[in-house]
Design a protein around this ligand. Structure first.
Ligand code: SAM
Length: 434
């Protein structure tokens, strides 16, 4: 989501006549896009501000703007904590950054915009600003209505707002014409997609607006379509049916469970039990293609006992995730859980993190090894960071795959036969080159 916001900010600035520079040394304006999901990310902003060249070496000081979730939540307080900051730009003010810079140039100081998106501001990202020329993020829903007790997102990004399907389909068709090979439909909870109008969905059947959208997007012929993140309570089995029907809907589902203990899930206000979650998983496991499954887990939520944690270990064992993002609980001021005592000692959080990681590693190793000898379809994205003669890309099941190849293959979808399973990636040879 933050990458998509930065792309949107960059597009707006370019439209307003600004040039983007790779180096903060040359910049007249430096913007920091921020995340507040965990405390560590939030603290990083202030370190980064201190590292901006003009500040550190006392030379020409650029205008400095803080955008994103930290800006939205901390507002005015940012000016007190970091007096070098000139603009505080809330999560829905991205399109107004050029106006704020104009006002700074005219001599105004300490500008703050935490207002909602204005009517008529459209999501229009220039291909030049996309993080990849082949893979594009397409936000379909902003904000969150779930109010999980640990999570800051409803406060930093506001309530859920879905974009209309006709606008999304136009964007996907445009991306296809521009040669994009893969899109990710993104949002805090993509499957809670509920647009105000059904424009664009009328020719697509489905049990929910999201599964109708998946079918409509699949019909555009975009070669690969991925979507993240799905919220378990809203995960309708029809999503799996849509994936079964359309080969360009990719074989990967990210479904964050957070905990395997019903007691903890209740305190987290997730709105499902472990067995509700497992029912969704059963449907995913009976899909026609094997769907890769990934998840998020928080360890050390207030009151989490050893027994609760064991239930998480058990669930992780049963789900056989292709990969797992594990987080130590981080208390976020303003959330309901912040009123509970953060009573799991740091040492215990670390211990649970490592034990869960080790169970996951073992399972993941087995899953990755099953790929050896199989041929997977890979979008060749860029040169590998590890070897000058290799390219790196992702499979349809969203695994990182490295393989020998030169830059002429970039942007192509190639078949790669897997020859080795690494801890978090696969290695292989182009099927035709074997
Ligand atoms: N909307 C998705 C959901 O809840 O299903 C996830 C979005 S959240 C931005 C990404 C992940 O960050 C969450 O799934 C959760 O595991 C983690 N996270 C969020 N708040 C956290 C907190 N206070 N402490 C630790 N991890 C947290």
């Amino acid at each position: 989501m933050n990458v998509a916001d930065s792309e949107r900010a960059a597009s707006g600035l370019r439209r307003a006549g600004y040039e983007l520079t790779e180096s903060a040394e040359n910049a007249d304006v430096v913007l920091l896009n921020t995340c507040s999901v965990r405390e560590r990310a939030e603290r990083k902003v202030y370190t980064r501000i201190g590292e901006i060249p003009g500040i550190k070496h006392g030379k020409h000081k650029p205008f400095i703007g803080v955008m994103g979730c930290v800006a939205q939540l901390e507002g005015e307080a940012i000016f007190e904590n970091a007096p070098a900051v000139d603009m505080v730009i809330g999560t829905q003010a991205t399109d107004r950054i050029p106006l704020l810079i104009d006002r700074l140039q005219k001599g105004e100081e300490s500008l703050i915009d935490l207002e909602e998106r204005a009517v008529g501001e459209v999501w229009d990202v220039s291909p030049v600003e996309r993080h990849s020329p082949y893979v594009a993020f397409v936000p379909i829903i902003e904000g969150c209505n779930k109010f999980c007790s640990f999570c800051i997102v409803p406060y930093s990004r506001g309530r859920e707002k879905s974009r209309n399907a006709d606008e999304l389909l136009d964007e996907v068709l445009r991306l296809k014409e521009l040669g994009y090979k893969e899109i990710h439909l993104i949002g805090q909870n993509v499957n809670s997609y509920r647009p105000k109008s059904t424009r664009g969905l009328d020719d697509s059947e489905g049990a929910t607006s999201f599964s109708r959208l998946l079918r409509a997007v699949a019909k555009t012929g975009m070669p690969r379509i991925k979507f993240t993140t799905s919220f378990p309570r809203d995960f309708h089995p029809d999503i799996v049916s849509a994936i079964d029907e359309y080969p360009n809907l990719c074989d990967w589902v990210h479904l964050p469970v957070q905990s395997g203990s019903d007691r903890v899930l209740k305190a987290m206000r997730r709105g499902y039990t472990a067995s509700d979650y497992m029912r969704r998983i059963e449907k995913i496991k009976t899909a026609k293609r094997r769907l890769a499954l990934t998840s998020d887990i928080i360890v050390g939520f207030p009151w989490e006992t050893e027994e609760d944690f064991r239930q998480t270990l058990k669930l992780v064992g049963e789900c056989e995730y292709d990969s797992l993002y594990i987080f130590k609980y981080s208390r976020r001021a303003g959330t309901p859980a912040s009123k509970l005592s953060d009573d799991v000692p740091e040492k215990v959080k670390t211990d649970r993190f490592l034990r869960l990681e080790s169970v996951q590693r073992e399972r993941q190793k087995k899953i990755f090894e099953q790929y050896v000898g199989r041929t997977v379809s890979v979008l060749a994205e860029k040169p590998s960071a590890r070897s000058a003669t290799d390219l790196v890309g992702h499979s349809t099941c969203h695994k990182v795959v490295n393989f020998p190849g030169d830059t002429s293959l970039e942007g192509q979808i190639v078949n790669v036969t897997i020859t080795a399973a690494k801890v978090n990636s696969l290695y292989g040879m182009r099927a035709s080159a074997m």
